[in-house]
Design a protein around this ligand. Structure first.
Ligand code: SAH
Length: 357
């Protein structure tokens, strides 16, 4: 039988493994194996992106949500969530501040809030596009109609993050209410990609009832779907959800998966997430050393930061945008990486594709 170390080398050489091989790799996780994987992942990442880390300014603009995902702190049936919405002016002011600080991508993320109709969202996207034509606009608004996605794209949004959450049907059903379906989630992802967005999918690591088989399903799906970005972070319980007593996902497994993802597609945009920084004080640095190349400091106004709580103990909820930005820079310098003041597009895009977005 092929040794797990040889599997890492095979993954690095071929950017693919069979289901059986992927299962074996995940089941063989040891610190030594992880170190081999991270070395290969760093080589792959340096060959494409060097030592640049791309920053994205995250603006959490609403925590109202019509959905009831069992893991999420802003689910609609949490009466203790202190709800807020940002106005167009507040969002623009976050972008202005972010631009000064060197951000060239803004990520608008929120719950699925019906207040933000297509008209309102198109207005927001257009206003950011005209105030900051040198910046990329990423949306993370959950599931919407194909018409809605198209209107937002035409207004100037060019990237969309929609984690698939899990590619395993039964697991999806155990994390979501009956009103939600994996089928629709995947349909949305396909629509987004067809419209022309750079698309990000992703999943939580260590979510309740997740098995190795679920993770293999996720990795095989990603290999086949070929997203431009993949957002993964540990599941962290939130006290007001049905999963309050479930254990959090681990740093070790999350960064191991980051290394695997880097080798599945060396050009991937792969964030070291806030959740990773929440389960370990140096989680994001460990993530970058495992192959991640994106970091998403918070640009939301300080007054609302402690309200966008998807999970407990979230970091940076009291910091100003500038503090977060320079803290991240220090952290990246400390491990020998640089912050790049660029849009940070997917390395595979041709000049024409970049023009089109
Ligand atoms: N409403 C948008 C944005 C969701 S929030 C959407 O549906 O896409 C962004 C991501 O946070 C989610 O996709 C989920 O994977 C993650 N998340 C939610 N609750 C979490 C928790 N308790 N622990 C860790 N990550 C969580």
């Amino acid at each position: 039988m092929i040794s797990p170390f040889a599997l890492v080398d095979k993954l690095a050489a071929e950017n693919a493994l069979s289901r059986g091989e992927m299962t074996l790799l995940l089941e063989s996780l040891t610190p030594e194996l992880a170190e081999r994987l991270f070395e290969r992942a760093r080589e792959a990442r340096h060959a494409v992106y060097g030592k640049d880390v791309f920053m994205r300014g995250l603006i959490e603009f609403t925590n109202y949500c019509r959905n009831d995902c069992l893991y999420c702190g802003i689910r609609k049936s949490n009466p203790d969530a202190d709800r807020y919405r940002l106005s167009l002016e507040e969002i623009l002011s976050c972008c202005d501040q972010g631009h000064e600080l060197g951000f060239r991508t803004f990520v608008l993320q929120g719950g699925e809030d019906p207040h933000y109709t297509d008209e309102r969202m198109v207005g927001i996207v257009r206003a950011i596009r005209s105030a900051h034509p040198d910046c990329a606009i990423t949306l993370s608004l959950g599931e919407r109609s194909v018409e809605s996605y198209r209107r937002l794209y035409d207004a100037g949004a060019e990237r969309y993050l929609l984690r698939h959450e899990t590619r395993n049907e039964a697991h999806y059903a155990s994390l979501h209410p009956e009103s939600m379906s994996l089928r629709n989630r995947l349909e949305c992802l396909r629509n987004l990609r067809e419209i022309g967005y750079q698309v990000g999918c992703g999943f939580m690591v260590g979510s309740p009832d997740q098995t190795v088989e679920c993770l293999v399903d996720d990795l095989m799906f990603i290999k086949e779907f070929k997203p431009h970005m993949v957002g993964i972070g540990p599941f962290i319980p939130h006290k007001d959800t049905p999963f309050a007593d479930r254990p959090a996902g681990s740093l070790e497994l999350t960064v191991f998966l980051l290394g695997i993802l880097r080798l599945l597609d060396p050009r991937l945009l792969l964030p070291a997430t806030t959740a990773l920084g929440t389960i370990s004080p140096t989680g994001r640095e460990t993530g970058v050393l495992a192959g991640a190349n994106v970091i998403m400091p918070n640009l939301s106004p300080v007054g609302v930061r402690n309200k966008y709580l998807l999970y407990d103990n979230k970091i940076c909820t009291g910091d100003e945008a500038a503090e977060c930005r320079f803290c991240i820079q220090r952290r990246m310098f400390s491990i020998g990486y640089d912050i790049a003041v660029t849009r940070g597009d997917y390395a595979g895009l041709t000049g024409d594709e970049r023009q089109a977005v």
